[in-house]
Design a protein around this ligand. Sequence first.
Ligand code: NDP
Length: 680
Amino acid sequence: MRPLRSHVNGDWFTPTDEGKPLLDAVTGERIATITSAGVDMGSALSYGRRVGGPALRELTFHQRAALLKALAGHLREHRSELHALSARTGATRFDARFDVDGGIGVLFTYGSKGRRELPNDTVYVDGAPERLSRDGGFLGQHLCTPLHGVAVQINAFNFPVWGPLEKLAPAFLAGVPTLVKPASQTAYLTERLVELVLDSGLLPPGSLQLVCGGAGDLLDHLTEQDLLAFTGSAATARRLRSHPAVVGRAVRFSAEADSLNCSVLGPDADEDTPEFAVFVDQLVTEMTVKAGQKCTAIRRALVPAHRMDQVAAAVAARLAEVTVGNPAHQDTRMGALASLEQREEVRRSLKALLATATPVFGDPERVDPLDADPLRGAFLSPVLLRADDPDAAPVHEVEAFGPVSTLLPYRDADHAIDLAARGLGSLAGSVVTADTDFARRVVLGLAPWHGRLLVVDGNTATESTGHGSPMPALVHGGPGRAGGGEELGGIRSVLHHMQRTAVQGGPGVLTAVANRWMPGAPRTVDDVHPFRRHLEDLRVGDSVVAGPRTVTLEDVEHFAEFTGDTFYAHTDEEAASANPFFEGRVAHGYLVVSLAAGLFVDPAPGPVLANYGLEGLRFLTPTYPGDALTVTLTAKQITPRVDADHGEVRWDADVTNQHGESVARYDVLTLVAKKPGEAG
Ligand code: NDP
C-alpha cells in the first residue's frame, strides 16, 4: 500500500513514515496511507511565492485564461479515470459528474470569462475614474493587482476534484499560485488530479502545490500576502479563523462551512400542481446525490402546515425507489458515504435530531446495499424526518451531513422566513412556487441569510440548474454559520485574490499606469487616421477630431421620416417647447450618434473590421437645428486577442456643440485586425 505523495518545492515528496490508512468507502479495502510528516511547509510556501508567483504575474489575464481552458481540455481526456477513482469515495457515476465534470466545467468557465471580461493585461482597472478636482485635472482610479503570496486551500472530503479546481481557477486567473491541502479521507483522488495537472506541463512551475496529510505548521508560515480558503466544518473554520498568524498578519481568510439549507414549498402548490412534483423531486435529489454529502443539500424542507402529510407520503414513496449500493452496479442510485467514521458522525447527528423529530422514511441503523457488504462499506439509508413542532431547536442547529432531511410545517410567509433564518446563515435556499408575490416576499426575507437563492416553478423546472449546484458565474458562500465567505461568482472571486488600490494622480499618469485612456489625458492627433492603424500600431490616446457638421431642421425631419421615429420632440415645435427640457424641436439622439459616426469614420477598407456596440451612451445637452457638432474619438483601451488575428479597441467618443458643451458621450467598441501574419 503506497503512501500518498505531496508535491512541494517543484518535486514529488514521498513520506517515509507509515501514516494513516485510507479505506475504500465501498469495500473497506486499503487504498493508500497518508501523512504529511517530513513536508517542509514553510519552504513550500516560500517556493510558491518565489517561483510560482513571478511566473504567473508575467502572464496577462488572457494568457492565464488560455492555460485554464487548455487544462480543462486535458483533464476532460482523463475524466473516465477520475470517475473510476471517484467510485472509491462512494460516489456513483451521477455523483462524479458533479465533482469531476463540475470541476472541469469551472476551469472552462473561468477560461472563457477571463478572456471575455478581463483585459489582456496584468492590471485590472476597477470602475471608472473618479474626478477629484473641479477642472478634472486630478483623478482617482481603483486598480487591482495580484497579491504576492500563495492561495492556500484547505478542502473538505466531499468534493476532492471540484473543491481544488473551483478555488484554483480564480486564483490562477488572478496571478496567484495555489497550495492545495485536501481532506485526508479522499485525498487519493486529489493526488491523482494534481498529478494529471502537473503532467500536462501547462502550468508554470510553482503555480500549483499539494500537501497530502495534516496541515502541520502550515498556517504558522502564512504572511500578509497569502490567502487562506477553507471548506469544512464550522468548528475547524473557527479554529483557522482565530489562528494567530491569520489574525496577526490579517491573512485574507474565506470559509465555507456546513449550513442548514432550506427549501420552501409555496402555499399555491397543492398535490396536483407541477410545483408540488418539482419540490418532491428536488428534495429527493438533494438527499441522495453524493449520499447527501453536499454543503448545499436541503436539510430543512419547509412545507405549508396542512400539506405535511401529502409531502411526507410523496417523498417517502420516491425514496423507496432509491437503490443504495455499490456505485459500480448499474442499478445503484445512491452510493456510500465517504467513510465509516462519516457514517458514525451522521448517525450521532441523527440521534440529536430524533429528540424532537419523528422518522418518516429510512432506518439509520439498517441498510441492505446492492452488491456490497453493509459492514465494510459506509452505506446508509436515506432518512426523512418530520418535526411537527418546527420551532424546536435541534433541526436548526444540527447538521447530519448525509442523506438526511427534515420536513417542517410553516404557517405563512413570515413564519417560513423566520424558520429559515434560524439556520443563522446558509449557502443555498430554494422557493418552489408559481406565486410571484410569495416568491418576492420570501426571496427578500431570506436574502440576508443566504449566499444563493433559487426560485423554481413548473415552467422553469426543466431548465433549472438545481438547488444544490453552485454555478461558477454565481456566488457560492453564505453568511454566519455558512462561514461568511464568498467563492466563485465569476470575476468577483478573481478580484478576491488581488489588492484593490486607489491611485490618485493627473489623467496623464493614470492613463500610463492603467494602460487605459482617462478624460483629460493627452491625445495624439497626427496625419494618420487611427482607423488606418493595425492593432500593433495603435496606441492608447490616438485620436481623431472631426467636424464641425451643422444639424439642420431638414436633417431632423428626414431622420424622423426615414426611421419612423416621429416622436413629438423632433416633429412638433409647439409640443417640444412645452417639454420642460427643450426649447423647441431637438435632433434625435440617434441622429447625433449617426452624424458623429459619419464624421469620425475613415471609410476605405482597412484594419477596423466591425463595430460591435456602444457602451455608456448618455445624451448630455439637447441638439437644436443650427447647432454644429464636432466629435473627438480617442483610443481608450486596446485588447489584443491571444488566439485570433484581431483584437478589441474601445474608443472614447465625445460629441460637442459649437459652445464646446458635450452633447453625447459614449464608448464605441470595435474589432481591429492585427497585421497580416501576426495572429496568435
Ligand atoms: P473538517 O473541518 O474536520 O475538515 C475539513 C478540512 O480541514 C480537512 O482538509 C481537514 O484535514 C482540515 N483540518 C481539520 N482540522 C484542521 C486544523 N486544525 N488545521 C488545519 N486544517 C484542518 O471537516 P470534515 O471534512 O471532517 O467534515 C466534518 C463535518 O464538516 C461534516 O460532517 C460536515 O458537517 C461538515 N462539512 C461541511 C462541508 C461544506 O462544504 N460546507 C464539506 C464537508 C464537511 P484532514 O482531513 O486532514 O483532517
